[in-house]
Design a protein around this ligand. Structure first.
Ligand code: ADP
Ligand code: MG
Length: 578
């Protein structure tokens, strides 16, 4: 074949692949446009994981009628005019590629009314070719409707996973944009169901409660650091006992842009050095502000990578800011040998968060070890799980049918029986799943459970995970599932309720390992003793022994404390004996 210049339509389709890889990337680009337009409210609706329909409505500045058609043209942008502007980009978009790229692979309708203008208008394109345009009665702002995404690119469609997994990715994108813009109200409606809502009141912790859960968000520690050259790092990091099996909960933003940055991840992991168990990763939401002239966002078409001009300064800022807050909240200052000595005056200690000024001091003194150089050696060799292990405890009794009262060499402990049993069950369930030996409770009679189409979808997608946890059965007609077995040991939920809860949880899961963690936590919760259950001394003794043997005895799988410690010295002090 001779060399020819590609037909513009073919070229557009190829280029589209770089920007819109999947429905979630289309959602990201369109919401970023809304944010660049100064929107304070953005509503995202999707059907069928975004493949059938994506509709994004904003209250931003809108597009003047005369520019509507132009917005669909390649390299048409209102955000930069010269290459000099590339040196200091303050908007999320700047390449003028998103709208034409999405239009090339869908049916796209762009409806807008510019702020202060009397009249709105719309343009509609099919596979990049303008089909219709005209006047539209609409509110100020912009609505982009995308239908049948990738219908004309079967090759792309084939590579996409199930609708449920694309829906999960969209959820992830929207929740991250909400973290980047806590002052904007985001609403995500998937298949008619509200799946994410942020209030837009600027409270990042509340956004995180939506993205994760309230208990996790409550446990997070606030980070705030800056340097003398106008760089800052603000956000939240998890205390060491709240952690994940992978890095998917590390969310990083640079000048409001959600980015992937191995360098920043490394800075964070340096900060956690010695505080986290091997193979575990923190939950982080960190927002960096850096002078726009110091970064290059034009590294990749999806703009998810950035280059820093002063990497070292940014690394140091992040590492210090995170380390500082972790050390200040470290439960027990056991990082270096001399720290084994308990501080002389120790007040009531609520594991694992609270730290007295005196223990903070100690933590600071021994914990703030320079990240590099010979000084780190003792830290590495002393990476003991010391703060996490429990001394042997003797059960004294039960209080309020809810708390186990026990004593140990260092004082008195009140143990929340539900939280403690949850921790025990959680680690047992995880171990069983890992060894492919889930404890199954067969049902005497198979149970037909009616499920929604979305739940059936999820069930299909997560079939092997569910089986690994002990769910057994098979599809039964169009809308039901015949349940034959469930994870053993349920106390307070029926098999059908557990299945349905598990499916709802998996539908929103963003990656397999997190899905497995939260499934294990749910099963643990429903198989743990409740507050209010009267326990015999023997039962309590067994429970405390089991708790002592867990890897993280101080918190339940949701991050709540399992126990309260009244140290011997604080009792002495309170009673005026010292
Ligand atoms: P870019 O964002 O890189 O400029 P796009 O193709 O995403 O390129 O958008 C092209 C142009 O269309 C933008 O520069 C902007 O002027 C306009 N536009 C797109 N979406 C919106 C929106 N939601 N509100 C206002 N203007 C928009
Ligand atoms: Mg854009």
């Amino acid at each position: 074949m001779p060399i020819r210049i590609l037909d513009p339509h073919v070229a557009a389709k190829i280029a589209a692949g770089e920007v819109v890889e999947r429905p979630a990337s289309a959602v990201k680009e369109l919401v970023e446009n809304a944010l660049d337009a100064g929107a304070t409210r953005v509503t995202i609706e999707t059907q069928g994981g975004g493949l059938q329909l994506i509709r994004i409505t904003d209250d931003g500045e809108g597009i003047p009628i005369l520019e509507l058609e132009l917005a669909l043209e390649r390299h048409a942008t209102s955000k930069i005019t010269s290459d000099a502007d590339l040196g200091s980009i303050a908007t999320l978009g700047f390449r003028g590629e998103a709208l034409p790229s999405i239009a090339a692979v869908s049916r796209l309708t762009l409806t807008s009314r510019a702020r202060g203008s009397e009249q709105g208008a719309y343009v509609r394109a099919r596979e990049g070719v303008l089909e219709r345009k005209g006047a539209a009665g609409c509110a100020e702002g912009t609505t982009v409707l995308v239908q049948d995404l990738f219908a004309n690119v079967p090759a792309r469609r084939k590579f996409l996973r199930s609708e449920a997994s694309e829906a999960g990715r969209i959820h992830r994108v929207v929740s991250h944009l909400a973290m980047a813009f806590p002052h904007v109200r985001f609403q995500l409606v998937q298949n008619g169901k509200d799946t994410f809502l942020s209030l837009g009141d600027g409270d990042l912790r509340r956004v995180l409660a939506q993205a994760y859960d309230a208990a996790t968000a409550d446990a997070l520690l606030e980070v705030s650091g800056d340097d003398s050259e106008a760089r800052s790092a603000l956000g939240f990091v998890s205390p060491p006992h709240v952690n994940r099996a992978n890095r998917s909960a590390i969310s990083l933003f640079v000048n409001n842009r959600w980015v992937q940055s191995p360098m920043l991840v490394q800075a964070i992991e340096e900060a956690y050095r010695g505080l986290l168990m091997e193979g575990r990763h923190p939950l982080v939401c960190l927002r960096l502000t850096v002078p726009t002239s110091e970064i290059d966002a034009n590294v990749h078409p999806t703009k998810q990578e950035v280059r820093f001009q002063k990497e070292g300064a940014v690394f140091g800022l992040v590492q210090r800011a995170v380390r500082q807050v972790l050390v200040a909240h470290s439960p027990v200052p056991v990082v270096a040998p001399q720290a084994n000595a308990w501080p002389a005056r120790q007040p009531y200690q609520l594991f694992p968060l609270a730290a007295s000024p005196s223990s903070q001091q100690t933590a600071f003194a021994v914990g703030l070890v320079p990240p590099r150089g010979p000084a780190q050696e003792p830290v590495r060799s002393e990476q003991t799980p010391m703060p996490e292990t429990l001394p042997a405890l003797r059960v004294l009794g039960q209080a309020g049918a809810t708390y186990i009262v026990a004593e140990g060499p260092q004082g008195v402990y009140l143990i929340d029986q539900h939280a403690a049993h949850e921790r025990v069950r959680y680690e047992i369930v995880q171990q069983q799943v890992k060894e492919r030996q889930a404890d199954v409770q067969g049902l005497l009679e198979p149970l037909a459970v009616e499920l929604t189409p979305a739940q059936l979808h999820t069930l299909e997608e997560w079939k092997s995970t569910l089986a690994g946890f002990g769910f057994q059965g098979e599809a039964f007609g169009e809308r039901a599932y015949l349940l034959r077995g469930v994870p053993a040991g349920l106390r307070d939920a029926g098999p059908a309720a557990l299945l349905s809860e598990a499916l709802d949880l998996l539908a929103l899961a963003q990656d397999p390992s997190r899905a497995a963690d939260s499934l294990a936590a749910t099963i643990a919760c429903h198989s743990a003793v409740r507050a209010g259950d009267t326990l015999s001394v023997q039962e309590m003794t067994v429970l405390v022994r089991q708790l002592e043997a867990t890897q993280s005895p101080h918190t339940c799988p949701h991050g709540r404390p399992t126990m309260l410690h009244l140290s011997a010295s604080s009792l002495e002090r309170e009673f005026g004996r010292r």
